[in-house]
Design a binder for this molecule. Structure first.
Ligand SMILES: [Zn+2]
Length: 223
């Protein structure tokens, strides 16, 4: 759908995705973006072919796909018990990238929109990992999110509608990376609500007698 040039993940990210070494949360974001971006799908196809060649034409399985696929298989598995209870909702069905759809089904029981401000709502998604907090953000038409900065990395993929900030306008499928020290204020487009998938590197909280030391250690040695 997005034919004009949009915001895409860095090539290194696609390389890591293709090699199967990208973390689960980042992979979810890249997958969501791929749903919209034919340019990146094409690039990925080439990387995959290149990777297969490097692996020695069909020798061995593409190693390393574990983490992301593990997460997806967990979700698929968990889908089973969700299906039984999911009522056909009367809400207009929005079709998201399949990976997000699957995540949402998995989270159906627990998907709760929390108001963050008068114009922003957030629903956390359970993804089976806790390095990143993966969630959906909804900004109402013309709504202003509070100005905020990030403690860690934040990946955002626009799933529906568009928003803008001080730097640019972001449309469906756009993949945005924010680093600490880049405060911004997203503003929803006037013509409708905007829904984004986001992954924020989450502070790891540990309890117990060594929690404090572990937290310190994890800050220095993030996995
Ligand atoms: Zn792209």
């Amino acid at each position: 759908m997005t034919s004009k040039k949009g915001f895409c993940p860095e090539t290194e990210m696609l390389v890591e995705f293709s090699a199967g070494v990208l973390g689960p949360a980042e992979s979810i974001c890249v997958s969501a973006h791929l749903h919209f971006c034919s340019k990146c799908r094409e690039a990925l196809l080439q990387l995959d072919q290149l990777g297969a060649k490097l692996l020695g034409e069909g020798e061995g399985e593409p190693s390393g796909k574990t983490s992301f696929e593990e997460v997806l298989s967990k979700i698929e598995f968990a889908d089973e018990d969700v299906k039984m209870q999911s009522e056909p909702s009367d809400e207009k069905q929005v079709v998201f990238a399949p990976v997000v759809d699957r995540l949402m089904k998995h989270n159906l029981k627990s998907l709760k929109w929390k108001k963050l401000s008068s114009s922003v709502e957030m629903a956390q998604l359970e993804t089976g990992q806790n390095v990143f907090e993966v969630s959906l953000h909804k900004i109402c038409a013309g709504g202003k999110a509070p100005v905020h900065d990030h403690q860690g990395l934040e990946y955002t993929v626009v799933l529906k509608g568009s928003f803008s900030d001080e730097r640019s306008v972001y449309r469906e499928g756009d993949f945005i990376l924010r680093e600490p020290g880049q405060p911004h204020q997203p503003i929803g487009a006037q013509n409708g609500e905007c829904i984004c998938l986001s992954a924020q590197s989450a502070p790891i909280k540990l309890t117990g007698p060594f929690g404090f030391l572990m937290n310190k250690w994890l800050q220095i040695h993030p996995s």
